[in-house]
Design a protein around this ligand. Sequence first.
Ligand SMILES: NC(=O)c1ccc[n+]([C@@H]2O[C@H](COP(=O)([O-])OP(=O)(O)OC[C@H]3O[C@@H](n4cnc5c(N)ncnc54)[C@H](O)[C@@H]3O)[C@@H](O)[C@H]2O)c1
Length: 439
Amino acid sequence: MRIAMIGTGYVGLVSGACFSDFGHQVTCVDKDAGKIAALNRGEIPIYEPGLDALVASNVKAKRLDFTTELSAPVAEAEAVFIAVGTPSRRGDGHADLSYVYAAAREIAGALSGFTVVVTKSTVPVGTGDEVELIVRETNPSADVVVASNPEFLREGAAIRDFKFPDRIVIGTADERARKVLGDIYRPLSLNQAPLMFTDRRTAELIKYAANAFLATKITFINEIADLSEKVGADVQEVARGIGLDNRIGSKFLHAGPGFGGSCFPKDTRALVKIAQDHDVQLRIVEAVLGVNDNRKRAMARKVAAAVGDSLRGKTVGVLGLTFKPDTDDMREAPSIPLVTGLLDMGAKVRAHDPVGMEQARRELPDIEFVDDPYLCAKGADAIVVVTEWVQYRTLDLERLKRELRQPVVVDLRNIYRPEDMATHGFTYESVGRRSLLGH
Ligand SMILES: NC(=O)c1ccc[n+]([C@@H]2O[C@H](COP(=O)([O-])OP(=O)(O)OC[C@H]3O[C@@H](n4cnc5c(N)ncnc54)[C@H](O)[C@@H]3O)[C@@H](O)[C@H]2O)c1
């Protein structure tokens, strides 16, 4: 099968590389000439575990290539995937569809022969109808079907998620398009992944409903964490106790500093707007957004409380900046409001992240970046764990304590055991568990 992937970001590059690994012939297209030049030099523009080897082997096998020129790959393709960004529109929280519509226009002009245009980007209900209108207006004679195929991969585990998905959702009523997409994903049905065929609007809504549900689950356990702190319970035990119930499940029940990332915040905001446009109020999702925003801002106050007095003139070391481990993605990371809050309170901030520092520098220009977690702690009045990178779990706690001016650890991901922190004499604050405050 010949595939053109329009947009070579986190989703486009992973999807393109995996499709080529299934044996399809894939061309990844992007407007960003720097990105395409890097890929053509064999460099991967994002950090995603295993992606470099997967791209290299498929390029070598001549099943995967990269270009800024959309026309030829689209003309040759049986399926053209749109995987461009759909960020929050500045000012109102609606999904910004300008990249999707621009891509649709360009694709339309280049179509040749029967082609399925597939929206993989996360788009509001009805976007497929608009893409179809654009394509038909731009190229009335094109033999084309517009389908929806939302993507559910997680950054940091993207290749595994793509190759072993819980389900693949395909939204189109057209039999020819169902056959093309069924053939593209056939290798996955051998992995027992259910292929769910539905209509286009339902497929579009499934993606938003899934993300809103997961964001709600995280926010629910975060509020239970707040209550656990007040009543002297341990939220990790609560999460285990409820998660063992199959109806609830244990995933996405980790209390923390609030959700961030490239999807949950923008997709929950967009879903609320989609509902408003249809005279429906999604009160639960609205509450989730409000609770999560407040929570992210509250984390700086949690640090100040652990340090015991004003943060003015104090140095705070921040461990982990990306929105989660195993990615370099800083989009809407909880570290951003946390660091901004600390700076507002007069603290100096020093930070470390294993792979995200280059991206973080653009978001957080007023802080110091260091290459080593112990350097981050040197002479600091507190260390704050914001992203649970595996290397932070195994830090030498004695050494960490020696480096700190005051032995204060604020663990926003609950990666340490309170007993161990007590043994080492730390003032230790975590999320939804008893504090070990030394003052
Ligand atoms: N990142 C994730 O974990 C994830 C997971 C599931 C779904 N999604 C959805 O997938 C979509 C893409 O997300 P992403 O994180 O990969 O975005 P991204 O910003 O990493 O990549 C988008 C790419 O599209 C390119 N682009 C924009 N317009 C173009 C055009 N007309 N022609 C060619 N290239 C163009 C950009 O240059 C950029 O490289 C979004 O709708 C997102 O919500 C993302």
